[in-house]
Design a protein. Sequence first.
Length: 287
Amino acid sequence: MTKQKAAFISIVSNSLLMLLKIAAGAAMGSVSVISEAIHSGIDLLASFVAFFSIKKSLEPADFDHPYGHGKFENISGFFEAILIFFAAGMIVYEAIKKIIHPMELEELNWGILVMLLSVIVNIIVSRSLFVIAKKEHSIALEADAMHLSIDVFTSLGVLVGLIAIRFTGLAILDPLFALAVAAMIVKASYDLTRRSLEDLADRKLPEAEEKIVRSTIESYPMIRSFHKLRSRKSGNQRELDVHIKVDRSMHIEEAHEICNRLETDIREKLPGTYITIHIEPYRAGNR
């Protein structure tokens, strides 16, 4: 399954769950279920953003974007994080209103059934998205999967709350569980915002990945030393540049062949890597 198809499946599942939650929340008068419907609505919008950002990121490099369109996925991840903050604010507002003006809940069985269905569907879809996101190195799809995994825990929280209300009759538990849901959403949004901004700010690759690059370069005895290694992430693409030093007597064709082999080796270990190598003459005592 491609990451674009995976994003489309997320759109379909979020649409169905949002409609079910709206219907259940309206029938019950439950702010926690309505908050979950709002959350699913935000997830749906996020799924659309992920779908179109992934589609855009797959476009080849052009005159205006010579490094490709991978950053569109990072922008998508940041935008989705902002949407999560917005959803949390709406949930808190509705919960406080419900605490001030409490209402008895009705049709609890219907709400419990919908929340249980939401948990099952989102577990299946989010796990599938995480697998594909990891395989494709897609931050946009990972953000979408994170949305759905958050929905699993928030829906589970609402489900537990509704079951508790059914056995205790304490309707105040409904807005309290909604506030707990909002707190979980804010935490996840903070993590996603930080992750998205790191790539947008051109933070270097993880140390484990840079270690692979260094060890690969060091495996070539013809390369006497290297320096100025720089790296960054752009969507699902890694970008590297490095200066290598070879013997001054080495023919330019031989040095060029070494660069080609080095690029191939690094790409095999780190797929989706764009590499720029600068060749310098090696002088003894001046590494």
